[in-house]
Design a protein around this ligand. Structure first.
Ligand code: GLC
Length: 679
């Protein structure tokens, strides 16, 4: 039974996912509120009218997940519309918050369907792909206590390097080193802070992993150095698929050592992604994972100290077999009278080629000598790709904390990297989705995260960019990324450059606060972003708020997520001091009493609400994190009685991890005049 309020129940013979750290022995007899189905692979829980259900990590819809069906299945799907069931990450963890408060983690590496009051309004039913899984039931007085216990079960969160709290610019189509240099110039010349520029697939030679195009990025180590001398980190992408090409050593080594996933006949499984035909490294085979992980050394040797792992659901555009069948199907319509239903079938034959379950069922892993069908362990692929890199970093560069985040993920991957929220769109609704995913991901231990700010697909507007920036400045991973062919959205491209400059500088002024609260959350298994419902228990208005968040211990944010707005309604759950920042040094304040208020927020301002007895630290902004001067630290406090703040700083790196230095500061005074001393 029970370790710290956690009970484990084992059904069948589960696959070891490595989600959980440390052993916990299985109990028998599920708690009475969880009713197992006769099929031995489903269970149900009754929900009372006002119960809330949180969790699901990376998923669409609100913070309260009630009223929809979600499926944990890592999916390459850029259209994050509200009727989708799965996104890139698979996080089968929920918390029921009602008369009983409890968490449920279904540890199963393939599809788990969570019907949370969709089919039956007052019932949550969970169906697992096969009768081999573990369920962890986590008791707690409050949802936050459940989160903390769950996080203690799955292990401590990854800590990103300090520089990765700086602003980062990305775009798919920085084709040459000159393009990248122009972006750096664009930021530096316009006095817009910047710490990193991303290299998307464009930097590679024919989209081959661990290669750099000599023609477009000549003398790469020298170029990396040049960027570094301007305090810019270059962060290359690594894709899961390895291009099939004779003479390409990564392909040849993988093929010769049997390190690729196989088809049912034991031949290398072949599919197409960006490079054309590829093979997928078998990350569930320890030797293959170790081999691939060590390949990152080629880029770390060139001075690279950050990566993003992509297309690792794994995404498949088409496989040879499925493509041939689709072509045959299309050909079979030639000369026929194509009716409307034929037309739809024709369309589906082509559109259904990508990420088909037929392909995932034809792909096999070698797990300790045993062939395991990919479709039974699908959600572990991205996790193990990222783990292979993170394990290698400890050997390759123990003197550096290398930035790593991934697109696909499963529970447990939070120990070795962050994630980004995948290919979103330049839509207003995706600002809100960015906000709502932050706490849900924190529940699962993913603290270093953020969305493609300003939107990946579709064209943005200047107003959307400013409003998204007002939320983006609080995301640990603050990256502006966009797709090939969309409108340019680097911040120096917009007319009102002054406003972008002020808000970007405000981010840098807030970094000591954000970094400290991030470290605190990582070390104590806390959430950096909390729904109001987690803190203001029993306040029915706070419990219903879906578009405001508590960020760390001191502040609440309420970003504007609508076009042409002059402000928004904000629920103030306790007396708070609102600080309207026009810039880091120019702000006005206003006290709000508990209750509903309409708050005017011009689109070149950010409002932060400081909680009673709390203080918000700021430093002078700088062009990059390396130039932040902590001696300029100051506070804005709400309440004269004094607040305590623990300041965390990265003091160095040991064994690939940041060494954190802490100072406890006592803050005195109020918003007009504040002083502090070290205690
Ligand atoms: C995928 C990634 C996206 C990247 C693109 C090209 O869609 O999610 O971030 O820009 O591939 O590599």
């Amino acid at each position: 039974m029970d370790i710290n309020g956690i009970s484990k129940f084992t059904f069948g013979a589960p696959f070891n996912t490595n989600a959980v750290q440390g052993g916990i022995s299985a109990s028998s007899g599920m708690p009475p509120h969880i009713r197992m189905g006769a099929d031995a692979r489903s269970f149900k829980c009754s929900l009372c009218k006002d119960d809330k259900v949180y969790g699901m990590g990376e998923a669409v819809r609100g913070i309260n997940k009630r009223g929809w069906i979600y499926e944990t299945y890592c999916s390459d799907d850029p259209m994050h519309t509200e009727t989708k069931r799965s996104l890139y990450g698979a996080h089968p963890f929920v918390i029921v918050d009602g008369e009983e408060v409890f968490g449920l983690f279904v540890d199963y590496p393939d599809r788990v369907v969570f019907d949370i009051g969709y089919t039956k309004v007052n019932e949550m039913s969970v169906t697992i792909g096969a009768p081999d899984f573990d369920i962890y039931v986590i008791e707690g007085e409050t949802p936050l206590e459940v989160v903390r216990r769950f996080r203690s079960l799955i292990g401590k969160s990854y800590i990103a390097p300090f520089w990765a709290f700086g602003f980062q610019q990305s775009r798919w189509s920085y084709n040459t080193s000159a393009d990248v240099r122009n972006v750096i110039d664009g930021y530096r010349k316009n006095d817009l802070p910047l710490d990193a520029v991303y290299l998307d697939i464009d930097y590679m030679e024919s989209f081959k992993d661990f290669t750099v195009s000599e023609e477009r990025f000549p003398d790469f180590p020298e170029f990396v150095n040049e960027a570094k001398s301007r305090n810019i980190h270059l962060v290359p992408i690594i894709d899961a698929g390895v291009k099939i090409e004779e003479g390409y050593d990564v392909y040849e080594q993988g093929r010769d050592n049997g390190f690729f996933c196989k088809d049912k006949d034991g031949r290398d499984f072949v599919a197409a992604v960006w490079p054309g035909k590829v093979c997928f490294p078998d990350f569930l085979n320890e030797k293959a994972a170790e081999w691939f992980g060590m390949k990152y050394k080629r880029l770390t040797d060139a001075g690279i100290d950050g990566f993003w792992n992509d297309m690792n659901e794994p995404a498949i555009f088409y496989s040879e077999g499925c493509l041939e069948r689709a072509i045959d199907k299309v050909a079979s319509y030639k000369g026929r009278n194509v009716g409307i239903y034929d037309f739809f079938a024709l369309k589906d034959a082509v559109l259904g080629l990508a990420n088909s379950s037929e392909d995932y069922s034809s792909m096999y892993h070698n797990v300790n000598g045993k062939a395991v069908c990919h479709n039974t362990v699908h959600n572990l692929y991205g996790f193990n790709m990222t783990k292979s890199a993170s394990d290698a970093f400890a050997k390759i560069a123990p003197d550096k904390n290398i930035l790593m985040f991934s697109r696909a993920s499963y529970i447990g991957m939070h120990r070795c990297s962050g994630i980004w929220m995948g290919d979103n769109q330049s839509w207003w609704s995706h600002i809100k989705l960015n906000l709502q995913m932050l706490p849900s991901l924190n529940m699962c231990g993913f603290l270093y995260t953020g969305a493609d700010m300003v939107g990946f697909g579709d064209n943005c507007t200047e107003e959307l960019a400013l409003r998204w920036l007002a939320l983006g400045i609080f995301n640990p991973l603050m990256r502006n990324h966009s797709a090939l062919g969309t409108r340019d959205q680097e911040f120096y491209r917009f007319e009102n450059r002054e406003a972008f400059r002020s808000l970007l500088k405000l981010r840098y002024a807030l970094i000591p606060y954000l970094y400290s609260e991030y470290i605190n959350a990582a070390e104590t298994d806390d959430m950096m972003f909390k729904p109001l419902a987690f803190e203001y228990r029993g306040d029915k208005f706070a419990e219903a708020v879906e578009d405001q968040l508590l960020v760390g211990g001191s502040i609440m944010i309420a970003p504007v997520c609508e076009p042409n707005a002059i402000g928004r309604s904000v629920y103030i759950p306790e007396k708070m001091l609102a600080v309207f920042f026009k810039s880091e040094n120019s702000f006005r304040t206003k006290i709000y009493d508990k209750g509903h208020h309409f708050v005017e927020i011009p689109n070149d301002e950010v409002v932060v609400f400081i909680r009673g007895g709390k203080a918000l630290p700021l430093v002078n902004s700088a062009a990059c994190t390396a130039e932040l001067d902590f001696s300029t630290l100051r506070f804005i406090a709400n309440g004269a009685e004094g607040a305590i703040f623990t300041l965390c700083r990265e003091a160095g790196v040991q064994n690939g991890r940041s060494v954190i230095e802490k100072q406890t500061l006592a803050v005195f005074g109020d918003e007009a005049e504040t002083s502090f001393e070290v205690v």
